[in-house]
Design a protein around this ligand. Structure first.
Ligand SMILES: [Ca+2]
Length: 312
């Protein structure tokens, strides 16, 4: 809501100073160009998180990066109410429960193919039969149960979230969680170093994309959720492994602090977190502020999701 203060000074009615504007983005989320626009932080809550979820404290957090790619600019600020977020991306085993309970058929299964990146051909192809249980196609090994599910479209992810009585996060919630609910200014959720004491902290592309994957982290495609440890907030796989669908249509941060409402339609949905295909000279997408976008019906071998739930 736009706020303004009219001041009566020295007997003259004048608009002497306006409080910085804040804008409603979604329930529980406001945006502003500067952090001092928010008079207060959200009140702390003390409530147990549901099984498999983590409580993200409310707060005022930076969104975007002045040093990032164009889509990450300008830096804006968001005041975000507390919410619960899945500790890890939804796994293949969890998605199977959804399919078995509902008979749900993913869009890749309906289309008959899914997007697969070939290291050998250094590019993307549509592979017949590629789907959530065989993300690289029927001739490749099946997806392990404890890996994040992939080859799920935004529509598939939304259907799962509805079934689980959850929802997809907004990008702003996702970044607040990636900043550990306390506006951390590190490149990644766990700090600034991708390798610590010789050990990789995340599943990314090692080497120059797409020419060479040195595979020093041990995984050419997905890795088991939690394999690389937890963030200070207690989340896994916020850096790399798979991109994660968010609820938002593609939007520009500048628009959000210029009074334009969040788009309610569009061509592409937002994704966060980067994947095993990301490397710094290409997109460095696994930084906390990294963004990517894809059409909502698209299934890809490096895109999954995690869910959130509002604190009632
Ligand atoms: Ca890797």
């Amino acid at each position: 809501m736009r706020l303004s203060i009219l001041c009566l000074f020295a007997g003259v009615l004048a608009a002497c100073e306006s409080a910085p504007s804040t804008y409603s983005y979604a329930p529980g989320i406001e945006t502003a160009a500067t952090p001092d626009a928010f008079a207060t932080s959200p009140s702390p809550v003390s409530v147990a998180a549901p099984a498999g979820m983590v409580l993200v404290p409310g707060g005022v957090t930076q969104i975007g990066s002045a040093e990032g790619l164009d889509a990450e600019k300008p830096v804006i600020w968001a005041r975000i109410a507390p919410f619960f977020i899945d500790e890890s991306p939804v796994t293949v085993a969890e998605f199977r429960k959804f399919v078995q309970a509902t008979g749900y058929k993913t869009q890749a299964e309906t289309f008959g193919d899914g997007g697969v990146f070939s290291e050998e051909n250094r590019g993307w192809t549509l592979v017949k039969g590629a789907c959530w249980h065989h993300p690289q196609g029927p001739d490749a090994p099946p997806a392990p149960d404890n890996h994040p599910v992939t080859q799920v479209s935004w529509n598939d992810a939304t259907a799962y979230a509805t079934w689980a009585k959850k929802r997809l996060p907004s990008e702003l919630e996702w970044e607040h969680a990636a900043r550990n609910g306390r506006n951390d200014q590190t490149l990644y959720s766990f700090g600034n170093d991708l390798v610590e004491n010789g050990k990789p902290r995340a599943n990314t592309w090692n080497g120059i994309f797409p020419e060479k994957n040195a595979n020093t982290d041990g995984f050419r495609t997905t890795s088991p959720v939690g394999y690389f440890g937890k963030t200070p907030l207690g989340l896994t796989d916020m850096t790399g492994n798979v991109w994660e669908w968010c609820t938002d249509w593609r939007m520009n941060y500048g628009d959000l602090v210029a009074g334009k409402p969040a788009p309610t339609s569009g061509d592409e949905k937002a994704m966060r977190g980067g994947s095993f295909l990301c490397e710094p000279s290409w997109c460095h997408g696994y930084r906390v502020s990294g963004r990517s976008f894809s059409t909502p019906e698209t299934g890809l071998m490096h895109v999954g999701f995690r869910c959130v739930r509002s604190v009632q």
